[in-house]
Design a protein around this ligand. Structure first.
Ligand SMILES: Nc1nc2c(ncn2[C@@H]2O[C@H](COP(=O)(O)OP(=O)(O)OP(=O)(O)O)[C@@H](O)[C@H]2O)c(=O)[nH]1
Ligand SMILES: [Mg+2]
Ligand SMILES: [Zn+2]
Length: 303
């Protein structure tokens, strides 16, 4: 029988679920499709497979990806962990509180998305819990460098329609720290019944309720991927000089630096640091930049 094509909508350690039309076929996941190098199969991948018996099949081949979002997994020298393939938008979900909004993690995620050629938007969920004035001011900068911002609440419904509009007609990977309400938002917008968990009252962190990525086709032209929350978003495949290019508010000043290889740390006549002094660049964004830079340099040293 001829091979069929479909798309991976779920992957566990041993098998994948392939969507073919409206049929879901379970295929085993032999070693060559599991390794992080080579022909690894991830959620969102288009694949060729054959049917063995009703509802079950065998993977033959992973077809080339149009795009993907990955992060670094810290094992050995580090590995690339692909969160989802064939998406065209990264939706970075953070919460106003519980857990606390972390700009370092937000900026890392945006840099990763940009470096992989994906557009991104920021969602600040749990707006019902109230946003600090300082956070609010800093967040208002993001749309100025073409990163749309959505403030939402699954409790009050605030901002949900606007976000739903942003998801329409695209394939989006929804990512962010645990407990920020990724599964809650997707469930609410698309009427799905995803598992939703608590936030620890002890440290106000999420409890890693979603344990694997899942692809949800919601209409002909719209799909959304729910992913497990992360603790740390490690950047994969980016060199020290490429980071600023992914931070438009920093990059636009870098042309004025005395040294063309300026990394905007302690170098003399650095236009980026001057921009902070002149109030033209937010120091928090520079701090995020330095954090990413240090982590990338540290890893280069380890090689
Ligand atoms: N106050 C408030 N709580 C919310 C909101 N959205 C979600 N929550 C709660 O936040 C908790 C975590 O929600 P989830 O949807 O499971 O969060 P998640 O981001 O999917 O978490 P992981 O799967 O662990 O990554 C649950 O107790 C939700 O009820 C909101 O807008 N406001
Ligand atoms: Mg979840
Ligand atoms: Zn500089």
């Amino acid at each position: 029988m001829a091979d069929l094509t479909g798309q991976i909508v779920f992957r566990s350690s041993k098998e994948v679920t392939v969507l073919h039309g409206s049929d879901r076929i379970t295929c085993g996941l032999p070693g060559k499709f599991r390794k992080e190098t080579g022909n690894v199969a991830v959620v969102g991948d288009r694949v060729e497979f054959e049917i063995l018996s009703p509802g079950s099949g065998r993977l033959k081949q992973v077809l080339p990806r149009e795009s993907w979002l990955s992060r670094r997994r810290d094992v050995g020298r580090g590995k690339e962990l692909i969160l989802a393939a064939n998406v065209d938008q990264v939706v970075a979900v953070f919460s106003a509180r519980k857990p606390k909004l972390k700009f370092g993690a937000l900026d890392r995620l945006l840099v990763a998305a940009g470096s992989q050629g994906l557009s991104a938007c920021v969602v600040i969920n749990k707006s019902d819990l109230g946003l600090d004035k300082e956070d609010e001011a800093l967040l208002s900068l993001y749309p100025t460098f073409d990163c749309p911002l959505f403030k939402t609440s699954c409790e009050t419904g605030d901002g949900i329609d606007r976000l739903a509009e942003q998801l329409k007609g695209r394939s989006s990977v929804v990512t962010g720290p645990s407990g920020t309400g990724k599964s809650s938002l997707i469930s609410r917008i698309f009427g799905l019944d995803l598992r939703i968990g608590d936030v620890s009252s002890y440290n106000e962190k999420g409890k890693h309720t979603t344990s694997a990525a899942s692809w949800h086709p919601v209409s002909e032209d719209t799909a959304v991927v729910d992913t497990p929350g992360f603790r740390d978003y490690g950047i994969w495949g980016l060199g020290p000089r490429q980071i600023a290019e992914q931070m438009p508010d920093i990059h636009r000043h870098s042309h004025g630096c005395r040294f063309t290889d300026c990394l905007h740390r302690e170098e003399p006549a650095c236009a980026v640091r001057e921009a902070i002094e002149k109030g033209e660049l937010h120091p928090r964004r520079h701090r995020s930049y330095l954090g990413i830079l240090e982590s990338v340099i540290e890893r280069e040293d380890r090689r």
